[in-house]
Design a protein around this ligand. Structure first.
Ligand SMILES: Cc1cc2nc3c(=O)[nH]c(=O)nc-3n(C[C@H](O)[C@H](O)[C@H](O)COP(=O)(O)OP(=O)(O)OC[C@H]3O[C@@H](n4cnc5c(N)ncnc54)[C@H](O)[C@@H]3O)c2cc1C
Length: 414
């Protein structure tokens, strides 16, 4: 366990006080504290552990908890990713690592369904990443309408100008994945504690310790804060409003009885970029078809915000469903969830060193698309922390200062 915990008023859960393993840690093995066990922190901790660091992972409410941005059932994995080739590379690397998870968690976290892309306007976002996606093994077909209608009789293509089918894409089981990664991290020798942690004092360009609940302090060599929508609050002087949590609703609608045509083995996930962006998933694990509106909602408090769905949002989703999938007109709402995106001003991730503390890394800004990238992001962060890679300029903290009008990865207002 790490050294340097001070003032042990009483032992916090899962033993975060110093223990004998501090002596057995090899000299060269840095002690790293990772705060946040969502998709970003969980994978970072696992990759650091695999690269030989001595890692303790903290989460206030646990991996994939229902307040976190990684909570809930499913997340889309897609290789088409606009102009930035780096994302396509990270998706390809992540897909390999997600598939490997099956070996340790015993059930598939990733399920390939393909993604049906529908564009009501420009399809530049898709065209820009076609060649890197294809080079990296993502098969993508541009669909003629007659072919699209034949393949997907459940879909009404009115208002769609172009359509593509991405074969290797699919969905990840989100909250289950976070839990599985944390379990694997511990199996491989990492320490996990369910407790809150906040930044400690910074002196001479280094953070001295983190403050744990119950007045504990814990000292490590390096600290990674991967606190999702809470990251801006923890570092207001560095990130300011650069991470803005917005309220996002998702709905699960039931297919008519005896209607198997929307199950995951018969129906793809989809992205529908029209006046609004809707996306969704087939009937996974019998919970119903999941539909979400990507339009940014109002600002949201991830700790205490009200997570009841809004009647307006439900009505809009019903209208959308009836127009795009006529067989689902009048389908009953089975479940709804309110989550939050943690938006950066330009929709890109934030992965960088704290400007005033060389041993602190700030990791977040998933902006509604980060989950799938967790494995590759974790690998990159681990390399940065261990001095084996440099931070990517695309994800720098300095770039977010002074960005005029916030926008999403798809170029819409954020
Ligand atoms: C509705 C919705 C749909 C989405 N769809 C997709 C999709 O289809 N595909 C995709 O790739 N991505 C998608 N995303 C985005 C993706 O889920 C997020 O970007 C990603 O999960 C963020 O992970 P994270 O680890 O940064 O944050 P989180 O999952 O929020 O993890 C942060 C963790 O930090 C912990 N924490 C916070 N403060 C403290 C503290 N002080 N001490 C200890 N622990 C703390 C929290 O409990 C939490 O578990 C979606 C997000 C939402 C909300």
């Amino acid at each position: 366990m790490m050294g340097g915990v001070r003032r042990p008023a009483r032992r916090p859960p899962n033993d975060v006080s110093p223990s004998s393993t501090a002596e057995t840690t090899p000299e060269h093995s840095p002690r790293v504290a990772v705060i946040g066990a969502g998709a970003f922190g969980g994978w970072t901790a696992l990759q650091l552990q695999r690269m030989g660091a001595h890692v303790t992972l903290f989460d206030i409410w646990g991996p994939g908890n229902s307040r976190s941005s990684s909570g809930g059932e499913t997340r889309l994995l897609r290789g088409l990713y606009g102009p930035d080739r780096l994302y396509v590379q990270w998706v390809a690397r992540s897909l390999d690592l997600w598939r490997e998870c099956e070996h340790f968690c015993g059930f598939p976290l990733y399920q390939r369904t393909g993604v049906l892309w529908m564009f009501g306007g420009s399809d530049e976002y898709c065209r820009e990443s076609l060649s890197p996606a294809r080079e990296l093994g993502f098969r993508v077909d541009a669909l003629e309408f007659s072919e699209a209608e034949r393949q997907f009789p459940q879909v009404r293509f009115e208002g769609v100008r172009t359509a593509y089918f991405e074969h290797e894409a699919g969905f990840l089981r989100a909250r289950q994945a976070c839990y599985a990664i944390c379990e694997e991290f511990q199996r491989e020798g990492g320490t996990y504690a369910q407790i809150s942690a906040s930044p400690g004092p910074i002196e001479s360009q280094a953070m001295r310790c983190i403050e744990l609940a119950d007045a504990y302090q814990l000292a490590a060599d390096q600290y990674v804060f991967a606190c999702g929508p809470w990251l801006g609050r923890l570092f207001p002087e560095v990130l300011g409003a650069a991470i803005r949590p917005t309220r996002q609703e998702v709905y699960y609608f039931g297919a008519p009885s005896g209607e198997g045509g929307f199950d995951a083995d018969q129906f793809p996930s989809w992205m529908d970029l029209g006046d609004r962006i809707y996306y969704g998933f087939p009937n996974v694990d019998r919970r119903g078809l999941k539909v979400a509106d990507d339009t940014r909602g109002p600002e949201f408090d991830p700790t205490d915000g009200d997570r009841s769905p809004s009647p307006d949002g439900v009505a809009r989703a019903r209208d959308y469903l009836a127009s795009r999938f006529p067989r689902l007109a009048g389908a009953p709402l089975l479940e709804a969830r309110v989550c939050q995106y943690e938006n950066s001003p330009d929709g890109h991730l934030i992965v960088d060193r704290h400007p005033e503390a060389a041993n602190v890394w700030l990791v977040g800004g998933g902006s509604g698309h980060g989950f799938k990238l967790g494995p590759a992001l974790g690998e990159h962060v681990a390399r940065c922390v261990l001095g084996r890679a440099e931070p990517e300029p695309l994800f720098s903290i300095s770039r977010v200062a002074g960005l005029a009008s916030p926008h999403t990865q798809f170029g819409r207002p954020a």
